[in-house]
Design a protein around this ligand. Structure first.
Ligand code: CU
Length: 162
């Protein structure tokens, strides 16, 4: 009994920590992952951290989410891609600090502006710019908390019934 309580407490702590620390960004917001959108403008001012996720919304087959090197990003080449997804929507977890480059591999789309570079901070320290700016990431994190908490609650109910 005691060990189960400890397990439940641990689960609650872990799920709360996960909800608090990771943010899911919807690339292009309501426009999704598409042509004729300014993704550098979308990314600017956002503080991406390790563990955050990028949600690319598109219909399967219409676009790709292809992670590439900086030089391939600059030249819109997918011949040395790091990863490639053709099925939408695609969620990419930002697993490491540094700049990550994503382009669409459909001919003409990347050169038409369908490319995204996100710079991921090391995680600690927070924003060097505009600390007072009310930003949307916290709001989207709160929106993500609902499903995550529902899942956690479901696990707890199963544990209690075990
Ligand atoms: Cu495309």
């Amino acid at each position: 009994m005691a060990s189960r309580s400890a397990l439940i407490a641990l689960l609650v702590a872990v799920s709360c920590a996960a909800v608090a620390s990771a943010t899911t960004y919807t690339v292009g917001e309501g426009q999704g992952w598409t042509t004729n959108f300014d993704y550098s403008g979308w990314a600017s001012g956002k503080n991406f951290a390790v563990g955050d996720k990028l949600l690319f919304n598109f219909a399967s087959g219409t676009h790709t989410v292809t992670e590439v090197s900086k030089s391939d990003y600059d030249s819109c080449s997918t011949s040395n891609s790091i990863s490639d997804s053709r099925n939408g929507p695609t969620t990419i977890t930002l697993n490491s600090a540094g700049t990550h480059y994503f382009i669409c591999g459909i001919p003409g789309h990347c050169s038409g502006g369908m490319k995204l570079a996100v710079t991921v901070g090391s995680g600690s320290g927070g924003s060097p710019s505009a600390p007072g700016t009310p930003n949307s990431p916290s709001a989207s994190a709160r929106m993500q908390a609902g499903p995550a908490l529902a899942v956690a609650a479901g696990v707890l109910v199963k544990l209690a019934l075990f």
